[in-house]
Design a protein around this ligand. Structure first.
Ligand code: TPP
Ligand code: SF4
Length: 256
């Protein structure tokens, strides 16, 4: 007897199996997002925007109106749709290269303006689609195509703490959290809260998800999971960072 995997209702079954590499975190983030959309019952009014980078492989992932945009420009494109059609739930999905480097000005300005959209960013610590170059989120000592001896923070800076930055520059009404593919239930909870924040018209909502790229990390399943569960959270603290009505959380400092 064959066992059919349970897929979110809002996924497009005919485009599965998806196009991501085996062990890629993108599929898990999108599973959590699909479940969140189903549970909130917003499939008929959600609009999904994906970026350049491996996130673009989700262009046919959902049974949702979908737009695929230029690198890092998904945030302003979704902002435009939201302003024109405020009743829609606008979701921008991107990688850390798109959100924190090539499109960082768009993320910063949308956050400062407290645009009523939801941005979801998969942080896999590399520019994956182009072959694993160093990204703003590359960890200290992490080897990449362009940091073959490991990232030296004294020369190239420390990894970008995106949610912490967004929390600092948004005003009241913003929701900001960092989840991980290692805890999908928690990640789904954060995504639901981010979407509910948009539905309530409160302000910007932003969720970073710690994600994996075994292809460019050159890791097997065990090493990949260890990196996600043990190494990344030492620097990228998981949890809610800003919640409307509760203000900004003061969390313990990162270990590195
Ligand atoms: C303006 C611009 N600069 C550079 C590129 C080349 N480029 C395409 S994908 C990519 C890396 C994407 O990395 P990230 O956003 O982290 O997503 P990932 O592939 O890791 O999911 C780059 C640099 C581009 N398409 N456009
Ligand atoms: S290259 Fe990395 S991020 Fe891209 S699909 Fe493969 S595992 Fe995922």
């Amino acid at each position: 007897m064959s066992v059919q995997p349970v897929m979110p209702k809002c996924w497009r079954v005919d485009t599965k199996p998806h196009k991501f590499c085996p062990g890629c975190g993108h599929g898990l983030v999108l599973k959590a997002l699909g479940d969140a959309i189903d549970e909130l019952g917003i499939q008929d009014r959600a609009v999904f925007g994906c970026d350049i980078g491996c996130s673009l492989l989700s262009w046919d992932f959902f049974n949702l109106d979908t737009v695929q945009t230029h690198h890092g420009r998904t945030t302003p494109v979704m902002t435009g749709i939201k302003r024109a059609r405020p009743e829609l739930i606008c979701i921008a999905y991107m990688g850390d290269g798109g959100g924190y480097a090539i499109g960082s000005q768009h993320l910063v300005n949308a956050a400062v303006r407290n645009e009523k959209i939801t941005v979801i960013l998969a942080n896999n610590t590399v520019y994956a689609m182009t072959g694993g170059q160093m990204a703003p989120t590359t960890m200290p000592d992490q080897k990449t195509e362009t940091s073959p001896y490991g990232r030296d923070p004294l020369k190239t800076g420390y990894p970008m703490l995106g949610p912490e930055m967004v929390a600092a520059i948004t005003r009241e009404g913003a929701y900001v959290a960092r989840g991980t593919i290692a805890n999908l239930r928690q990640l789904k909870g954060y995504l639901k809260k981010a979407l509910e924040n948009q539905m309530a018209g409160n302000g910007f909502s932003f969720v970073e998800a710690l994600s994996s790229c075994p292809t460019n990390w050159r890791t097997n399943a065990e090493e990949t999971w260890k990196y996600i569960e043990e190494v990344m959270p030492k620097f990228f603290k998981i949890g809610e960072i800003k919640v409307p009505g509760k203000g900004r959380e003061t969390r313990e400092k990162a270990e590195i």
